[in-house]
Design a protein around this ligand. Structure first.
Ligand code: LMR
Length: 337
């Protein structure tokens, strides 16, 4: 089913190789695939972009948004983008390792950003631009960084200390840094597509996971996780990416208008991300199905201490110079965790 999607998309892509001029009256279709629900920071920003793209290009471009893995799951969507079966994605920064751009995993390092302001010094600054450029040899252009938020651990047993995760099977995204994070807690990391997490939690294939609250809430993971501890131990955000050949083949005026729509969508995404997560936290509490626990400062310190060694262990994977540039930008010192 999913493979046939890929083939279908590839055929559609071959057909779309007809010069844009020859189809002047036809809108240029941009398929934007993603894996989260529509009422999430990414889902809402994708819809905002689609609307503004239509308005600014006066209908010359039509962005079709496919939410909730309806078109492709995590790994497939990267392949589909490279093949040109879809034109645009916004994968989490933790999912670029398999593409060969492992530097993006710096965003997965535990406690590297204390808040959105620190994060934005990187994503909205020179380091962010350098990172996006690294995608181009892969046939992908990076257009923007969109926020989600800070991840917290959930499971069916209470989590107050790092030892509470010992031996737990924990679902992670496809990032070696996240694998190391779980190992630092003596947990057992299990890489799994986002679309499979709810069922894996429900059936006990995994015991727990980590998410920003917007994902936990909109995927209804609260139904199958009794405990959530607000560790906020790492960041989850996105790079909006587009197929390079497609992007560079667009008429210059349309590309410029789409760039403007993307700038506006980025401002919008990064404005609503915290609001959505805060709202969803209240909603999770209201369900009464997941007990939400706020760790004490000492409990949080214990998580920081347990996770601090991940920085040194992953330094060579991410690149020392890049990591130092990020630390310099944010004022972060891993020795002070
Ligand atoms: C995950 O797989 O947990 C996230 O990347 C999903 C998303 O896109 O927010």
């Amino acid at each position: 089913m999913k493979m046939s999607n890929l083939l279908f998309g590839a055929v559609a892509c071959a057909l779309s190789a007809v010069p844009f001029g020859a189809l002047a009256q036809q809108p240029i279709v941009i398929k934007f695939s993603h894996v989260v629900a529509h009422d999430t920071p990414k889902g809402l920003a994708a819809e905002f972009f689609a609307k503004r793209a239509g308005e600014l290009t006066k209908g010359k471009a039509k962005v079709e948004v496919y939410a909730n893995s309806t078109l492709y799951k995590d790994k497939e969507e990267m392949e589909a983008l490279q093949l040109g079966a879809v034109q645009m994605l916004a994968p989490s920064l933790a999912k670029f390792g398999p593409l060969g751009v492992k530097e993006f995993e710096l965003f997965d390092l535990p406690y590297i950003f204390d808040n959105y302001a620190e994060l934005h010094k990187v994503t909205q600054g020179a380091v962010g631009q350098t990172l996006l450029k690294k995608l181009e040899p892969k046939g992908v252009v990076g257009l923007a960084f969109w926020d989600n938020g800070f991840k917290s651990f959930s499971a069916n047993t209470p989590i107050k200390t790092p030892a509470d995760l010992k031996g737990k099977k924990m679902r992670i995204q496809s990032s070696k840094v996240l694998e190391e994070e779980m190992r630092a807690l003596s947990a057992l990391p299990q890489v799994m597509a986002f679309s499979e997490v709810y069922q894996a939690l429900q059936t006990g294939v995994v015991d727990g996971t980590e998410n920003p609250i917007s994902n936990l809430y909109t995927q209804k993971m609260f139904e199958v996780q009794k405990h959530l501890t607000l560790t906020e131990h790492g960041y989850l955000g996105y790079a909006v990416v587009v197929n390079k050949k497609f992007w560079e083949g667009l008429p210059a005026d349309v590309r410029g208008q789409l760039e403007k729509a993307m700038q506006e969508a980025t401002t919008y995404a990064n404005k609503i991300a915290k609001e959505q997560n805060d709202k969803d936290l209240e909603a999770v509490k209201k369900t009464g199905k997941t007990q939400v626990y706020t760790p004490t400062p000492d409990e949080k310190k214990a998580f920081k201490k347990a996770l601090a060694p991940v920085h040194a262990k992953m330094e060579s994977r991410i690149g020392k110079d890049l990591l130092q540039a990020v630390y310099k930008e944010t004022g972060f010192d891993p020795n002070k965790l």
